[in-house]
Design a protein around this ligand. Sequence first.
Ligand SMILES: NC(=O)c1ccc[n+]([C@@H]2O[C@H](COP(=O)([O-])OP(=O)(O)OC[C@H]3O[C@@H](n4cnc5c(N)ncnc54)[C@H](OP(=O)(O)O)[C@@H]3O)[C@@H](O)[C@H]2O)c1
Length: 241
Amino acid sequence: MPHPRVVIIGASTGMGHALARLFLSEGYPTAMLARHVEPMHALTAQYAHVPHAVAQIDICRVSTVPTILQHTITRLEGMDILVHCAGYGLVNPHLDYAVEEGMIETNIKGFTAVMDWAFQYFLQQQKGHLVAITSVAGIRGDRHAPAYFASKAYQISYLQALHHKAVKSGLPIVVTDIRPGFVNTKPMEGKRFWMCSTETAAAHIFKAIRQRKRLAYITPRWRWVALAMRIAPYWVYEKVM
Ligand SMILES: NC(=O)c1ccc[n+]([C@@H]2O[C@H](COP(=O)([O-])OP(=O)(O)OC[C@H]3O[C@@H](n4cnc5c(N)ncnc54)[C@H](OP(=O)(O)O)[C@@H]3O)[C@@H](O)[C@H]2O)c1
């Protein structure tokens, strides 16, 4: 049986890049998209024998998203799995609106444009697997990075809605929410609590996708932090965070 065809958005660096490397090394036809194309061309050159496509996309330019995705999928000759890794987070202690706006544009508007288009594509195809990287940050608000935590809560809720739609459709469409804790990507430089490498994160994400999981914490022990964040009384949470 041929490998599923995978489209990864946000594949130029970080978890998306490491995940693309894994898929290509396992022989999955893979499309990589992001704003910076050079790192993606460099990676696909190492796997020239595996079907692949590279395309430039800025998900904040929402009106261009459908055309770019359609064109890329045509080059890949179809799509079975879409993995959305594009996004970012900044601390914003002074509530600078321009900082918040950037995250709203990318993590909410761009995310929604990609999710909506991909879900419709899978509905038309009558099957598919939609995967997005959210974050443990989406579980409860935080004073250091209000828009980041709130945008991740939005993503988690949106994926729950799409999962519900998939179930009601009766079609084999799977929606997977990937919730990392700390992963050692460029924006996260420096040592943090229970931090893992991008390669370790990608290996766990790869496994969760193959198992068609509904939800996966990266690394799995972060589910205990998530549980504590969810059930801690306000006064404990406010003291610790
Ligand atoms: N690192 C962590 O500890 C951590 C923890 C929890 C959740 N996350 C989430 O994981 C996701 C992946 O981040 P990462 O940690 O792997 O960081 P990263 O190395 O910064 O990767 C982010 C990717 O998104 C792409 N991207 C950003 N804005 C984009 C846009 N407007 N259009 C298209 N692509 C865009 C970037 O490529 P270009 O710049 O080339 O466009 C890059 O490929 C993010 O949603 C992040 O919030 C990260």
